[in-house]
Design a protein around this ligand. Structure first.
Ligand SMILES: NC(=O)C1=CN([C@@H]2O[C@H](COP(=O)(O)OP(=O)(O)OC[C@H]3O[C@@H](n4cnc5c(N)ncnc54)[C@H](O)[C@@H]3O)[C@@H](O)[C@H]2O)C=CC1
Ligand SMILES: O=C(O)C(=O)COP(=O)(O)O
Length: 410
């Protein structure tokens, strides 16, 4: 699709080594200005580079705060090449008229598989045995080694990943209980625990699958860890803010918790080769992984295509389907019309001002799509107009009070 603003002038900034499938997807769609980085960028460099980017693609490490977004004067869309979107100030992006897209399921299975592997490893005490063998030691003993069969796995956050973990665990003969703040349909024989405390008191394996939100911040602190059964194990592949890492280190030192597998940390290095610091370093009974729960080639390749396609679709066509912070509008193409986009604060009177503009210009509207949420309204107008008329309409649309952004798409 040929757009009014030439695609070769649209700058795409891709960070954190997103899959090359993302680059291919952009290139195949005609986008050639791709600035690709394998790491996240320090704040200053991020602000400098985002200043003239039209599209940015990040993973979990890059924080797009209100302050950073202030510098993003030309940004039209953000792609999170992952599930979590906590690293983006979604409200600020919305107020700036910038939709945010992610890949809500592409790495779900990868995380679930890792968690199951870790549950088996931890209940067998493998991390310590492995570490000792590497040091030339030998502990051939069944002491502290258990089958997962018939053990209880307690899943905190029974969403996409949590339910997958539950199904896989049940396939291994585990008993599944879960805790969620929403009422959830139990899959298989899973049962809802009556509370988080109830889950912690009963589970042999506690695994966390909640998003980073104010309600999950440090939800596993000293007192919650103390409520876990002596000898139970903890897995965290959600977000580093969910567990009080010092309290966990202490519970492990005291051998109240027998082992842990931790994939996410309160502070993570900016990229490979940067140093990793954690109070858990050196603990033989802890599996430490560098935030790779979702890092399988299958997942990353799919994510690359999925998120880049959503960004291309928005940039080419205006579709915001599956945006996480924005009214969702999905649109058939009307190549014989001119397409104008108008993003505005959701205040009374904007739509009538838009319609007045078109009726005053005696212009035929071929199609109009509108969606609003509490904060923002998004209108797409297909109109029979020539290039000059469309340009002048855009200027008039931009002058309507409450306007956040306006574009002639094609
Ligand atoms: N380690 C890694 O590489 C990866 C980590 N993740 C993390 O896993 C998280 C979960 O992913 P999904 O399962 O896809 O999300 P989801 O949105 O499908 O599920 C999250 C569940 O947590 C529940 N929840 C929210 N607050 C809660 C609370 N305070 N207490 C109990 N339950 C609560 C929600 O109601 C929901 O059911 C993501 O937000 C992301 O942070 C996701 C993918 C890869
Ligand atoms: O999908 C998520 O939310 C993840 O945590 C994975 O993040 P990553 O793309 O590996 O930085």
């Amino acid at each position: 699709m040929k757009t009014s603003y030439p695609k070769q002038d649209i700058k795409v900034l891709l960070l954190e080594g997103v899959s090359r499938t993302a680059v291919d997807t952009f290139q195949r769609a005609g986008y050639s200005q791709i600035d690709y980085h394998t790491k996240s960028l320090p704040d200053d460099e991020l602000k400098a580079r985002i200043a003239d980017a039209h599209i940015i693609g990040i993973r979990s490490r890059t924080h797009l705060t209100a302050d950073v977004l202030e510098h993003a004067k030309r940004l039209i869309a953000i792609g999170c090449y992952c599930i979590g979107t906590n690293q983006v100030d979604l409200a600020s992006a919305q107020r700036a008229g910038i939709p945010v897209f992610n890949a809500p399921y592409s790495n779900t299975r990868s995380v679930a598989e890792l968690v199951i592997a870790e549950a088996i490893m931890l209940l067998r005490g493998i991390p310590s045995k492995n570490a000792l063998c590497h040091r030339g030691g030998w502990t051939k003993s069944a002491s502290g080694s258990f089958e997962v069969r018939d053990k209880i796995i307690g899943i905190v956050g029974y969403g996409h990943i949590g339910t997958q973990v539950g199904l896989l665990a049940e396939g291994l003969g585990m008993r599944v209980i879960f805790h969620d703040i929403e009422s959830k349909l139990s899959l298989g024989n899973a049962r809802a625990a009556s509370s988080l405390d109830d889950l912690l008191e009963r589970a042999d394996v506690v695994t966390l699958h909640v998003p980073e939100t104010p309600s999950t911040k440090l939800m596993m602190g000293q007192s919650e860890l103390a409520k876990m059964q002596k000898g139970a194990v903890l897995i965290n592949a959600s977000r580093g803010t969910v567990v009080d890492i010092d309290a966990l280190a202490e519970a492990l030192r005291k051998e109240h918790i027998a082992g842990a597998a931790i994939d996410v940390f309160p502070v993570e290095p900016q990229g490979n080769d940067d140093p990793f610091v954690s109070p858990l370093i050196g603990m033989d009974n802890v599996i430490l992984t560098p935030h790779i729960g979702g890092s399988t080639l299958e997942a990353q390749d799919n994510i690359g295509i999925e998120v880049a396609s959503k960004l291309v679709r928005y940039s080419d066509n205006g579709s915001t389907l599956s945006a996480v912070n924005f009214p969702e509008v999905t649109l058939p193409e009307h190549p014989r019309s001119r397409r104008l986009l108008h993003i505005h604060r959701n205040v009374p009177g904007v739509l009538s001002r838009i319609n007045e503009l078109f009726s005053a210009g005696n212009m035929n509207i071929d199609a109009q799509f509108l969606q609003t949420n509490a904060e923002v309204g998004y209108v797409v107008i297909d109109v029979s107009a020539d290039e000059n008329q469309a340009g002048s309409l855009r200027d008039k649309l931009a002058a309507i009070p409450g306007t956040l952004r306006t574009r002639v798409l094609y």
